[in-house]
Design a protein around this ligand. Structure first.
Ligand code: MSP
Length: 522
């Protein structure tokens, strides 16, 4: 069976990780855990993009060795992923020997095939974007806009990849869907960009006299590889492409193509939607083995892009300490519609946690376990339950599970969470209407009491399984309190009524989602 292969963009460890980075890694972690829950074998790759001029400049400015800077900051990213429960299978560091060797093999292959050539360049260069500029990059007033940062004039020889030879193929591959881009509206954006791009080739080298921090061009040691050409290759180098015998890497044929390459909208064009598929095409990857891009939007701060210079970068490490990992993971994927942008708002983080987790789900779990303990000696009893109320609860669970599955299959995480919450809300209403605390006063109503509490506890069992990809630690706590650790080993297809059999003993409730007090938000 082919593994489900999910990757994220690899982050520049040129500073601290921010919530944009955290969103993407948590998102991928949730999809990876969900695919496992579906019973699939999964390989989740993420990592850091350690080369390039930005890293070299920061190191020079801070007076540290660039390798030391890359290592030091990489550790911060790794520590954050561990803290946030992001569990990956492969870790891509582009300074690793196996990646360097793979990049060099690909460069040599392309060179041997006549896909690379050297030519002189004279013109403008954006230091910030590490990119050569053309007249087309000027704005209406004829200037290079602020997005390019410092622009310098250069004259130098460089190596070029014949990107233009693949342009016609790419248009067709994007239009036909052979090269997948999701959501659909991003595909139109790429097709537009292809119209405008014209047929230019890609400069893939930088002279060492200007940039030493990169992978040496194997057939021209005065040059290093352009950082994007190096970084994009991580998706295949760490997936076992052209690996050396015995290298500790997956089997490329059983893994490739990537089912979902999760990236932000800013790096779709040109890097992921133009350079990357053309590189794959040039090295001979056939159309039916092209990857699929999954493009997410941006977390902004009050409508503005987060940036170091604006000083509005939100530190996920501090947020996790302050509000807990569950609140942060939940908010990051709950309050942004996949593909769109959203405003990061601490009040909404607290409100969503307090409403949907503390009040709704936490309350449901707490009351279900409490009453089962008090009224039924903590024992599930399977009594007849064919009345309308119970049937409606079971339909609600079925509908919520189906909606959750459809949304998760489409990587639409907010709708999956809404589906979970809809059943939680139904259950709390069911408890209010059926009043087990009243039923408990009447011996004759005992079968009914048992049926009502069974429906509530059984719902908690199902909900814990559905929630597990998003909040793995909380799901484990819920399962512990239900005394049903076996739930952690179930797959989605095992979800049917009766997860807690008659005679099952439940445990003691303990708040899984303690309310966040509003005074804490400042
Ligand atoms: N190193 C390149 C990617 C190379 S992939 C072969 C890069 N790194 S980055 O650190 O700038 O960004 C990493 C990822 O974080 C990108 O997918 C980017 O879109 C995403 N985000 C950066 N800021 C973001 C937000 N404010 N919100 C959501 N995601 C954002 O680009």
């Amino acid at each position: 069976m082919k593994k489900y292969y999910i990757t994220t963009a690899i982050d520049y460890p040129n500073g601290l990780p921010h919530i944009g980075h955290a969103y993407e890694k948590v998102f991928a972690d949730i999809v990876a855990r969900y695919r496992r829950l579906r019973g699939e074998e999964v390989y989740f790759l993420t990592g850091v993009d350690q080369h390039g001029q930005k890293m070299q400049q920061t190191a020079e400015a801070e007076g540290v060795n660039v390798a030391t800077l890359a290592k030091r900051n990489t550790r911060k990213f790794l520590a954050l992923w561990e803290k946030l429960g992001v569990e990956f299978d492969g870790w891509a560091e582009t300074t690793s020997d196996l990646h360097k060797a793979c990049v060099q093999r690909i460069l040599s292959d392309l060179h041997d095939q006549g896909q690379l050539y050297k030519k002189a360049y004279r013109g403008y260069y954006s230091v910030r974007q590490e990119q050569y500029l053309t007249e087309k990059d000027r704005d209406d007033a004829g200037n290079f806009g602020p997005e390019w940062g410092e622009v310098v004039e250069l004259e130098e020889d460089n190596w070029y990849f014949k990107l233009s030879e693949h342009a016609a193929w790419l248009r067709e591959a994007v239009s036909s869907g052979a090269f997948g881009i999701r959501p659909e509206f991003r595909k139109a954006e790429v097709l537009n960009a292809l119209e405008r791009a014209g047929d230019t080739d890609l400069c893939i080298s930088r002279p060492k006299e200007r940039l030493h921090w990169g992978i040496e061009i194997p057939f021209d040691p005065d040059y290093v590889t352009y950082v994007w050409f190096d970084a994009l290759i991580n998706y295949i180098s760490f997936a076992g492409y052209r690996k050396e015998d015995g290298a500790p890497l997956p089997d490329f044929d059983g893994l490739w193509p990537a089912d979902a390459q999760l990236i932000g909208k800013d790096i779709l064009v040109p890097a992921h939607a133009i350079y990357w598929p053309c590189m794959l095409h040039a090295i001979g990857i056939p159309d039916d083995r092209m990857p699929t891009l999954l493009v997410h939007g941006w977390w902004n701060i009050r409508g503005e892009k987060m940036s170091k210079s604006l000083g509005n970068v939100v530190d996920p490490d501090q947020l996790a300490d302050r509000f807990g990992v569950d609140a942060l993971r939940y908010y990051l994927v709950r309050d942004i519609h996949t593909g769109k942008d959203s405003d990061f708002d601490l009040e909404r983080l607290v409100m969503l946690f307090n409403t949907e987790l503390a009040n709704d789900l936490g309350n449901l779990l707490n009351r279900s376990l409490n009453m089962t303990k008090r009224f039924l000696a903590a024992t599930i009893e399977d009594t007849p339950h064919d009345d309308e109320e119970c049937a409606a609860l079971r339909s609600s669970l079925e509908a919520a599970t189906a909606a959750y599955r459809a949304a998760m299959d489409a990587c639409d995480l907010p709708h999956a969470l809404e589906a979970i919450n809809s059943h939680v809300v139904h259950c709390n209403g069911f408890a209010e209407r059926n009043k087990p605390w009243e039923l408990a006063k009447d011996e004759a109503a005992r079968p009914r009491l048992a049926a009502v509490l069974n429906h509530l506890c059984e719902s908690c069992a199902h909900l814990s399984v559905l929630l597990a990809p998003v909040l793995p630690a909380a799901a484990a706590k819920i399962q512990g309190q239900l005394r049903a650790d076996h739930l952690a080993t179930l797959s989605l297809d095992d979800l049917r009524w009766g997860l807690l059999p008659s005679g099952h003993t439940t445990g003691k409730p303990k708040p899984v989602f303690p309310r966040i007090e509003v005074e804490e938000v400042a």
